[in-house]
Design a binder for this molecule. Structure first.
Ligand code: FMN
Length: 191
């Protein structure tokens, strides 16, 4: 690999790729889903994740009152629903009805999950870090629900999940996971 000349572009939220997640909450008794790309796994034992939710989001209220939420991983075939949940607010529309989602609940009963999404993580809030524009919500993953047809010999198969990848600004596009280029924790051994 050759060293290339760099152009300084200033401070931006550029990180590629990002996931396109659907965050499920219950707000005033009504289930709602919001698209979030700023999310990541942050701890192994216990399994924990975080999502960054702008203070003004309707979803932020649901997280505050319920102290629980779900993270739903959608398939490429659900890209319209994912985008819709990212451009409309549950404060004004019933996104569940509009998207035709079938819901189910786990033990927490406060984290609605989408049956049509291949992977659902049920979470309870452990900590919220208030940042200037966003709340960094850190949560325990209580349980994972996987569609049976996304397993190969009982093991999660990402090619069957077919998750949506978000290519952030300036492009602002959705993409599909591409081809495998190497085995992780292995390819580097040759160096
Ligand atoms: C691809 C995409 C990714 C997004 N990621 C985030 C995010 O990580 N955090 C956030 O606060 N808003 C994010 N948004 C914006 C919210 O999804 C959007 O404001 C939504 O309407 C909020 O829904 P609510 O008002 O029902 O909570 C994203 C939108 C899109 C389309």
């Amino acid at each position: 690999m050759t060293a290339k000349k760099k152009i300084v572009k200033g401070a931006h939220t550029w990180l590629y790729p990002l996931p396109a997640l659907l965050i499920g909450t219950v707000i005033e008794g009504k289930p709602n889903f919001m698209t979030a790309a700023w999310g990541s796994i942050v701890n192994a034992e216990p399994p924990m994740l975080c999502v960054a939710i702008r203070h003004s989001r309707h979803t932020r209220n649901g997280i505050e009152t319920g102290q629980a939420f779900s993270v739903n991983v959608a398939s490429v075939s659900q890209v319209r629903e994912v985008d819709y949940c990212g451009i409309e607010s549950g404060a004004k529309t019933d996104k569940v009805a509009q998207c035709g989602f079938t819901l189910f609940y786990g033990a927490s009963e406060k984290a609605p999950m989408i049956q049509e999404c291949p992977l659902n993580l049920e979470c309870t809030v452990t900590q919220v870090v208030e940042l200037p524009t966003h709340s960094l919500v850190i949560a325990d993953i209580l349980d994972s629900h996987v569609s049976e047809d996304c397993l190969t010999e009982g093991i999660l198969d990402v090619s069957k999940i077919d998750p949506i990848v978000y290519i952030t600004s300036p492009a602002r596009k959705y993409a599909q996971v591409g081809k495998v280029v190497a085995d992780a924790f292995s390819a580097g051994k040759s160096l």
